[in-house]
Design a protein around this ligand. Structure first.
Ligand SMILES: [Zn+2]
Length: 137
């Protein structure tokens, strides 16, 4: 049994890929790009998923959504929440981890809203780290 990965963003899209996956054309839940039947990749090394290219595909897809900008305070709080869950400092939180957790948690603003609010993942992360430092001070 192999894990199927999106051919565009390389994030996992299915755990049960014994045969060609997907059985029918589907839309990737992460980057929203279409995946033709049987075109998922099962040869993806998890380490590859952290690559900049996967993050770039994801960011571009999120921006295409025309998401409404979230309140900067909500964004900062959401990034802190996710960073705590994956046990990294906010300043080192990866966009891919945020996308993965926010997709499964309706309480968290979508990645597109975070990017629309801050302009970029780096800026969102920096703002969250600054807010955290200010509240500690
Ligand atoms: Zn994808």
């Amino acid at each position: 049994m192999a894990t199927a990965h999106c051919p565009h963003c390389l994030l996992p899209i299915g755990d049960d890929a014994d045969g060609p996956f997907p059985a029918q054309r589907m839309r990737c839940p992460h980057c929203r790009l279409g995946i033709a039947a049987g075109r998922a990749r099962t040869d993806v090394d998890p380490a590859t998923v952290s690559s900049g290219s996967a993050a770039g595909v994801l960011a571009n897809a999120a921006r295409r959504e025309d998401a409404e900008a979230a309140d900067p305070l909500v964004v900062a709080e959401a990034l802190r929440t996710v960073a705590a869950r994956v046990e990294v400092p906010v300043a080192r939180l990866r966009m891919l981890d945020y996308e993965r957790l926010s997709a499964a948690d309706a309480e968290l603003p979508a990645l597109g809203s975070v990017l629309a609010s801050a302009g970029s993942w780096k800026k969102a992360r920096q703002a969250a780290a600054d807010a955290l430092a200010a509240s500690d001070g």
